[in-house]
Design a protein around this ligand. Structure first.
Ligand SMILES: NC(=O)c1ccc[n+]([C@@H]2O[C@H](COP(=O)([O-])OP(=O)(O)OC[C@H]3O[C@@H](n4cnc5c(N)ncnc54)[C@H](O)[C@@H]3O)[C@@H](O)[C@H]2O)c1
Ligand SMILES: N[C@H](C(=O)O)[C@H](O)COP(=O)(O)O
Length: 325
């Protein structure tokens, strides 16, 4: 397997730390992309490399880091505008290397959206939207996945007040179809079961607490069911995530960011993985952010980064096996 390309994320955050501390000599071949000095001090040897092809041999000596221009020392907790362009270009470089066949997948350490918007004019709400643009302006979904639960928010990084307007039947259909396709292609689920949350409390209570479910969500679900998709809902979101309910579906499609992310980050914060479905390349990420409050203290938990690396490797292997079959 070609090595994974791991972008360093916000240098003032915990990205370099969790990349270093999730490394092991016998682990999945990977290389970080960043300033090698930013990965030092975490008890792991750092091996600067100039090409991805050096990564596999370098793994036996320490964490391979593909040298990338991000000037100056990291300042934990305090992002530097001067480093923002390099943080952004490290993501683009990971995509370029993956699409050119030098790497097998992209794993992204957390970015601080506002720091990049301020420091580099980053024009996207987050990785997901940026990667969709780099992938050719494709339709993507953001899935948060763990052994306990998979969730997909239909709307992502927008204000709650904008959700009812942003939510359309076309968008929800695209999200559902992309989710179903990804569950089959990347999670090996041949007949995926998808639960759809209502937007309103009690899924609208028959119209007493909102009309979207009656007006268009239920008709859409019924149309997609008739088209062969195994869907349930719209259901009251507050009763979709207990253990018995979770046995009834393979993924839950929710209407907005926190409706989806609160349950998975409550159930499995340390092992949750953010996976973007619909891209022309594989991309995973830890389920957490830059954690400025603990950056530089050596106490960040690297488990979610390790899980993101493992999930990327599993997706690479599954797709390779499907090509051979
Ligand atoms: N994939 C990504 O790039 C990504 C994901 C989530 C948030 N973010 C960004 O990160 C920034 C901060 O976001 P936030 O404060 O909402 O969430 P956060 O995940 O950065 O931090 C929330 C809390 O969880 C703790 N935490 C997070 N990761 C941890 C780890 N690995 N080990 C131990 N504790 C950990 C933090 O210390 C903090 O107390 C924002 O700019 C946000 O947009 C980026
Ligand atoms: N919304 C995700 C979360 O809270 O974990 C995260 O911000 C995703 O961001 P990216 O699009 O940058 O992966």
């Amino acid at each position: 397997m070609l090595p994974l390309a791991v972008s360093c994320g916000e240098t003032a955050g915990i990205g370099p730390e969790i990349i270093a501390r999730s490394y092991s000599a016998d682990g999945t071949p990977r290389f970080a992309i960043g300033n090698p000095t930013h990965f030092e001090g975490f008890g792991v040897s750092v091996v600067p490399i100039d090409t991805p092809a050096e990564a596999r041999a370098a793994m036996t000596k320490g964490l391979p880091v593909l040298v990338h221009d991000i000037p100056g020392p990291a300042t934990p907790g305090t992002p530097q505008a001067a480093q923002a362009p390099g943080v952004v270009s490290a993501i683009a470089r990971a995509v370029e290397l993956t699409q050119s066949g030098a790497a097998s997948a992209v794993v992204t350490a957390p970015i601080h959206k506002k720091a990049l918007q301020d420091g580099a004019g980053f024009a996207y709400p987050g990785h997901t939207e940026y990667l969709a643009a780099l992938g050719g302006n494709v339709d993507v979904v953001m899935m948060l996945a763990s052994d306990a639960l998979r969730v997909v928010p239909a709307t992502i990084h927008i204000a709650l007040s904008e959700v009812p307007t942003a939510l359309t039947a076309d968008l929800l259909e695209q999200v559902i179809r992309t989710t179903a396709k990804g569950l089959t292609s990347d999670f090996g689920i041949t007949a995926p079961r998808i639960a759809i949350a209502g937007l309103n409390p009690h899924a609208g209570e028959g119209g007493a607490m909102g009309h979207e479910e009656l007006d268009w969500i239920t008709p859409l679900i019924e149309r997609l069911r008739a088209d062969g998709l195994d869907l349930t809902g719209p259901s009251s979101a507050d009763t979709m995530f207990h253990a018995r309910a979770r046995q009834g579906y393979d993924a839950a499609v929710c209407m907005y960011h926190d409706q989806a992310l609160i349950p998975i980050k409550t159930l499995d914060f340390d092992r949750g993985v953010n996976v973007t479905l619909g891209l022309p390349f594989i991309r995973t990420s830890p389920d957490h952010g830059t954690a400025f409050d603990i950056a530089g203290k050596g106490i960040a938990n690297p488990t979610s980064m390790a899980a993101a690396i493992d999930m990327a490797a599993q997706m690479v292997a599954r797709r390779a096996a499907a090509k051979v079959a």
